[in-house]
Design a binder for this molecule. Structure first.
Ligand SMILES: Cc1ncc(C[n+]2csc(CCOP(=O)(O)OP(=O)(O)O)c2C)c(N)n1
Ligand SMILES: [Mg+2]
Length: 583
C-alpha cells in the first residue's frame, strides 16, 4: 500500500469522517486517496483557508470528543494552518494535521515552497514542533507506521493537543506494506489507552472530606475538563445533594445548570459579581475541579485563592501555578474524583445551609459614548448589545452548540446569557483569535447527532476575518445561525483605548459595512437565510423567523448596534453597578 493510501484508509477506519483543508501540489496525493478510498466514510471538506480548516477540525474535536483532522499544502497553506494548530495546542484539543512538503529530493535546491530549514528557508518542522504536542517529518517508509501511530495517539495522551505529520510529496508514494495487525481502529481505543487508570489517593480524599465536613461555605469551581472527562452529571449531582455553591469558568459557562439556586455564575474575565463576592467574602474552602485556574480564570481573585483553603483536583495539572499555595492537589480524572466524593457522601452526607437564596448577579449594562466622532444615529432608537442578548436568550434552547467569538459582544454574551443545561459552549481561549467561532461552528455542526442547529455570536470585525467560511456551510447545507453584532468597529480595542489611552482611538474604526448584503453573494435565498435588525423588535421577529421557517439551512442575522456599552469585564468597570437580571 502507498503511504498516502495507508493514512487515508486508517483515518477512514477510525471513523473520523471529515478531512478539512485546501489542496495544493504537495498534499494532492491525500485528496486523491480520499477520492478513491474514502468510501463516504472519510470526506473532504474544502475550506476557504487553511486557518478555517484547522479551526473546523478543532471545533469538531471539541464538540464531538473526537480527533479533528485537517490538511494543508506546503508554503502559504502550511503557514495559514499554523494559526489554528496553535489554538488547539493552547486549548488542549486533539487534532491531527497532515501537511504536504516539497519532495525530499528537491530540499535545499530552491524547489517550490521549500520549508526544509537552513539559510533563509522556513523550517516547517521547527515551526510545528513549537506549536504542536508532536510534529514529525516522515522521510522513509521504515519509520512511517510508528510515526503515524504516535501521531494519532499523542493528541489524547496527557494534556490533549495537536499532532502534525509533515509529508514530502515523493514520500506520499512510498510503499509501506499492509496495515499492521494491532493498528488502532477506533477512537475509543486511542482515548482508553491514553486514559490509564490513576490510582486515587484515598488518604487525600479522606483529608479533603474532613475539611469539607468542617467547612461552612465551600465553593466548587468547575472547569472545562469536567466536560472533557464527561463528569458533568456527577459534578451536578454532588453539588445538588450537598447544596454546595458552584461557579464555572469562561471556557464552560454551561457546565452546570445556570438556573439552579446553587449556581453563582462564572469567575474570571467577564465573571459574575455573585461568584466573585461569594468566593472573596464568604467562602471558607475552594474546591476547583477540572481547571488549572489560569490567569484568565482567576483574574482579580488571585489573592483570595492564595488566602483561602484551596483544593485542586484534575487529571492534568501541567501549568498549575505553585504561587497559589494550594492546600492540596489531587491528580485524577474528574469523573473518578466525583464518583469517590459521591460514595463518601452516601455514608456521611454533607448538607450546607444557606440563610437565603442568592440570585446570580450581573454588571448593569453601562452606555458609553466615544466622543467626539460617535454620534447616535437617532435620538430615539438605541440598539445595544445587552438589549439584543435579552432577546436572544429565550431562543438558546433551540440550538445544540453555542459558540462565542472574541470582542465586546462575546464577553457580554458570556456574562449576560443564561445557558440552557446540556448545551455545548465553545470559545477560543487558547490563542483568543478573532474569527475562530465562525469557522469552528462548521466542525461542531458536522455530524451533530441531535440534528439541532448551532448558534454563533460574533462581531463585525471577526466576520471580516473569517466570514467567507460561511460559504463552506452553504455548500454543506449546515443549519448554523451566525448572529453578527455590527458596531462598525473593533469594539473591544476601542474600549481599551478609551479607558487606557484617554480616548485616543487609533486603528480600530472603519466605514460602514452591510453584512446582510455581503452574504447574499454566498448563495440563493433557498440556500442561505439572512436578515438585518436595527432594534429589539426586528431582532425578535427575525430570530423567530429563522427558527420557525429556515433552521434547516445556514442563516446570518446582522444586528446594527447603535449604542455602545462597557463590556461586563470587572477590570474595565470603574464603579460597578450590580443587578440581578437583564430587563
Ligand atoms: C486574530 C486576532 N487579532 C486581533 C485580536 C485583538 N482583538 C481582540 S477583540 C478585537 C476586536 C473585535 O472586534 P469585533 O469582532 O467587531 O467585536 P466587538 O469587540 O466590536 O464586539 C481585537 C482586534 C484578536 N483577539 N484576534
Ligand atoms: Mg465590532
Amino acid at each position: 500500500m502507498k503511504l498516502a493510501d495507508a493514512i487515508v484508509t486508517c483515518l477512514r477506519n477510525l471513523d473520523l469522517k471529515y478531512l478539512f483543508g485546501v489542496s495544493g501540489a504537495n498534499i494532492e496525493h491525500i485528496h486523491d486517496s480520499v477520492y478513491r478510498l474514502g468510501e463516504g466514510r472519510l470526506k473532504t471538506v474544502m475550506t476557504k483557508t487553511e486557518q478555517g480548516a484547522a479551526f473546523m477540525a478543532d471545533g469538531r474535536a471539541r464538540a464531538h470528543r473526537t480527533l479533528g483532522v485537517c490538511c494543508a499544502t506546503s508554503g502559504g497553506g502550511m503557514m495559514n494552518l499554523a494559526v489554528g494548530i496553535a489554538e488547539s495546542l493552547a486549548h488542549n484539543v486533539p487534532v491531527l494535521a497532515l501537511v504536504g512538503q516539497t519532495p525530499l529530493m528537491l530540499e535545499g535546491r530552491g524547489g517550490f515552497q521549500d520549508s526544509s530549514g537552513g539559510s533563509m528557508r522556513v523550517d516547517g518542522l521547527a515551526l510545528f514542533q513549537s506549536i504542536a504536542k508532536y510534529a514529525v517529518k516522515i522521510d522513509s517508509a521504515d519509520s512511517f507506521w510508528q510515526n503515524f501511530e504516535t501521531a494519532i495517539r499523542t493528541p489524547f495522551q496527557g494534556a490533549q493537543g495537536p499532532s502534525v505529520l509533515l509529508i514530502p510529496r515523493d514520500v506520499m508514494e512510498l510503499e509501506v506494506g499492509d496495515i499492521p495487525a494491532q493498528f488502532p481502529t477506533t477512537i475509543a481505543e486511542l482515548q482508553q489507552n491514553a486514559d490509564e487508570y490513576t490510582e486515587l489517593d484515598h488518604r487525600l480524599i479522606d483529608k479533603l472530606w474532613q475539611q469539607l465536613q468542617q467547612a461552612q461555605k465551600p465553593i466548587l469551581i468547575l472547569g472545562a475538563d469536567i466536560a472533557r472527562y464527561q463528569a458533568e452529571t456527577l459534578a451536578t449531582q454532588f453539588a445538588q445533594t450537598t447544596r454546595m455553591k458552584v461557579a464555572s469558568t469562561l471556557s464552560c459557562p454551561s457546565i452546570f445548570p445556570n438556573q439552579d439556586d446553587h449556581y453563582l455564575g462564572m469567575i474570571g474575565i467577564a465573571g459574575h459579581p455573585s461568584a466573585h463576592q461569594y468566593l472573596q467574602q464568604e467562602s471558607d474552602l475552594i474546591l476547583a475541579v477540572g481547571t488549572q485556574l489560569r490567569i484568565m480564570t482567576r483574574g482579580t481573585l488571585t489573592s483570595s485563592f492564595k488566602e483561602k483553603s484551596l483544593w485542586i483536583a484534575n487529571k492534568h495539572l501541567g501549568e498549575f501555578d505553585p504561587s497559589l499555595n494550594a492546600s492540596d492537589i489531587i491528580q485524577c480524572n474528574p469523573f473518578v474524583f466525583f464518583r469517590a466524593l459521591l460514595e463518601r457522601n452516601q455514608d456521611q452526607p454533607l448538607n450546607y445551609v444557606h440563610s437565603k437564596a442568592k440570585p446570580r448577579l450581573y454588571f448593569k449594562p453601562k452606555k458609553i459614548q466615544y466622543q467626539p466622532w460617535q454620534t447616535p444615529k437617532s435620538k430615539t432608537i438605541h440598539f445595544s448589545q445587552s438589549q439584543a442578548l435579552q432577546v436572544i436568550e429565550p431562543t438558546l434552547s433551540y440550538y445544540e452548540n453555542i459558540l462565542l467569538d472574541a470582542g465586546n459582544c462575546a464577553a457580554a454574551a458570556a456574562h449576560y446569557l443564561a445557558f440552557p443545561t446540556g448545551k455545548k459552549t465553545l470559545i477560543a481561549l487558547g490563542m483568543g483569535g478573532m474569527g475562530y467561532a465562525i469557522s469552528a461552528a462548521i466542525g461542531a455542526q458536522l455530524g451533530e447527532p441531535s440534528h439541532k442547529p448551532t448558534l454563533v455570536i460574533c462581531g463585525d470585525g471577526a466576520f471580516m476575518m473569517t466570514g467567507l467560511e460561511i460559504h463552506t456551510a452553504v455548500e454543506l447545507k449546515l443549519p448554523i445561525l451566525w448572529i453578527v453584532f455590527n458596531n462598525n468597529m473593533h469594539g473591544m480595542c476601542v474600549t481599551r483605548q478609551h479607558l487606557y489611552f484617554e480616548t485616543r482611538i487609533e486603528g480600530n474604526l472603519y466605514s460602514q459595512i452591510n453584512i446582510h448584503e455581503i452574504v447574499k453573494g454566498f448563495g440563493s435565498s433557498n440556500q442561505l437565510w439572512s436578515a438585518c435588525a436595527n432594534n429589539t423588535s426586528e431582532c425578535e421577529t427575525y430570530l423567530n423567523q429563522y427558527t420557525q421557517e429556515h433552521a434547516n439551512k445556514p442563516g446570518i442575522l446582522e444586528l446594527k448596534i447603535s449604542q455602545e456599552e462597557m463590556p461586563p469585564i470587572e477590570s474595565f468597570i470603574v464603579q460597578p453597578l450590580i443587578f440581578a437580571r437583564l430587563g
